[in-house]
Ligand binder design. Structure first.
Ligand code: GDP
Ligand code: IMO
Ligand code: MG
Length: 439
């Protein structure tokens, strides 16, 4: 009963969509376990580019059951629009299933997120303004609306009567935003329920039945470890647990049912939104990564901040996710740079420090770099590891050694076939995390 988790090890946008689509070939179910439509996962098949926000990236394989687990916050409008987009492009969405326990992102959540961010302006988190934080806050406050509630008008009305006056008060009193009308919300919500009704199930039972039947389940994380609400650069994080542990709570699997954790890395770093980013580049190299890597947000279109690969949080990320193998994406983007830097340490107030650090400390650290010679060759047609330029191979080996986990897949372009499978590596994940940064 194998379950495999796909988890981002950086600040999101590592290429989890490509990785999931690739691995989905050999599984029967793909489950999104947290986040919402703040995620933007791109899958490229020939000339076709699919940008998915809620529907699991396995949907493009006809044999997959795509499942939205209970840990996801669902904006029903986004989900319905996304399924309509897929249907229009010939992708069957009749197999999609949504957890009845998943929380609904209501229009007031989106408005609260927007208003709070607009108020803070440049001091904000730089959220995607999709209502993610407010929806998870209502979940924690036990005042949330769940997907299953959309099928029960009386209960739904009662719940809205309890929560809406409170949210409306904040919207109008604190932000000067017009309050939402309960009856109009009821009309929309019941219509979402009507359209989604055949998809709504207990997804934990669905996942457990699949595992009991010996099927292979893939759990697709959104965002990344450094955006995790517990393990990331708080408060510049999202409001859920992207780490592999989140796959248990939000996907409906037990820890011992997970047999593999595939950590997804990008060959350099990016970050969207505010928050510390020690290796950020504001120069021509940063522009090279931005333009060649097309580092513009899949969800918001925002320009992603770009920088050198930061190996300082890598051991921590490998350890807390118990990563068994790594897929390293976008190595092709580094071609043409005369030299490549890898951040292997930080200096703070003259002292060497390591992960984890508080956000305000991270803002002040000075990166320590190891420099590697670059390569010019175009890597996008390579299919064998042995054909990689020696300098590229050395850079990959260095990341692998710092991770303490094997890099088993290397991606050289957005398409499925632009992937190099490396021979089994003799690096034991148990060697990960040799030192802790306890001052
Ligand atoms: P995700 O959020 O982790 O799924 O990543 P995004 O889809 O937001 O961003 C990754 C982008 O890189 C997408 O446009 C992918 O099509 C693209 N991509 C993934 N792997 C590679 C690769 O190896 N090389 C290149 N050039 N692009 C890639
Ligand atoms: P995928 O799944 C990159 C960032 C936002 C912001 C912070 C909080 O495509 O990797 P939120 O809207 O979640 O409250 O915003 O998190 N963020 C992402 N950055 N990739 C993502 O998803 C992200 N989802 C949220 O930019 O800094
Ligand atoms: Mg993305």
């Amino acid at each position: 009963m194998p379950a495999t988790v796909v988890v981002g090890l950086q600040w999101g946008d590592e290429g989890k969509g490509k990785t999931t689509d690739l691995l989905a070939e050999s599984v029967s179910m793909v489950v999104r376990y947290q986040g919402g439509d703040n995620a933007g996962h791109t899958v490229v098949i020939g000339d076709e580019v699919f940008k998915l926000h809620l529907v699991p990236s396995g949907v493009l394989h006809p044999h997959i059951t795509p499942v939205i687990g209970s840990g996801v916050v669902v904006n029903p409008r986004t989900l319905l629009d996304e399924m309509a987009m897929l249907e229009e492009r010939g992708i069957d969405t009749s197999r999609v299933r949504v957890s009845r326990a998943a929380h609904v992102i209501m229009p007031y959540h989106v408005e609260l997120d927007r208003a709070a961010e607009a108020r803070l302006d440049s001091d904000g988190i730089g959220t995607t303004r999709r209502g993610i934080g407010p929806a998870y806050a209502d979940r924690a406050w036990r005042t949330g609306i769940r997907i299953g509630d959309l099928l029960h008008p009386d209960e739904l009305r009662q719940k809205l009567m309890r929560v809406l006056p409170q949210r409306n008060a904040v919207l109008s009193d604190s932000f000067g935003v017009a309050p939402f009308d309960l009856e109009l919300l009821m009309v929309d919500a019941l219509e979402w329920g009507r359209q989604l009704k055949d998809l709504i199930v207990d997804t934990t039972v669905l996942v457990q039945d699949a595992l009991s039947a010996g099927e292979h389940v893939l759990l697709e994380g959104a965002q990344g470890t450094l955006l995790d609400i517990d393990h990331g650069t708080y408060p510049f994080v999202t409001s859920s647990n992207p780490v592999a542990g989140g796959a248990c709570t939000g996907g409906g699997v037990g820890p011992r049912q997970i047999s593999a954790v595939i950590g997804v890395l990008k060959a350099y770093s990016t970050r969207v939104g505010a928050g510390p980013f020690p290796t950020e580049l504001q120069d021509d190299i940063g522009r090279h990564l931005l333009e060649k890597g097309r580092e513009y947000g899949t969800t918001t279109g925002r320009r992603r901040r770009c920088g050198w690969f930061d190996a300082v949080p890598l051991h921590y990320a490998v350890a807390i996710n118990s990563v068994s193998g790594i897929m390293l994406n976008k190595i092709d983007i580094l071609s043409g740079l005369p030299e490549i830097r890898l951040c292997t340490g930080y200096r703070l107030d003259g002292r060497e420090v390591s992960w984890p650090l508080d956000a305000d400390e991270l803002l002040r650290v000075e990166p320590i770099y190891e420099t590697f010679p670059g390569w010019d060759a175009d890597l996008t047609h390579l299919t064998y590891a042995k054909r990689l330029p020696a300098n590229a191979a050395a850079y990959i080996d260095a990341i692998e050694a710092l991770a303490g986990a094997p890099i088993t897949l290397v991606s050289v372009g957005p398409e499925r076939n632009q992937t190099i499978v490396r021979e089994p590596r003799l690096i034991s994940p148990t060697t990960a995390y040799p030192r802790l940064a306890i001052a």
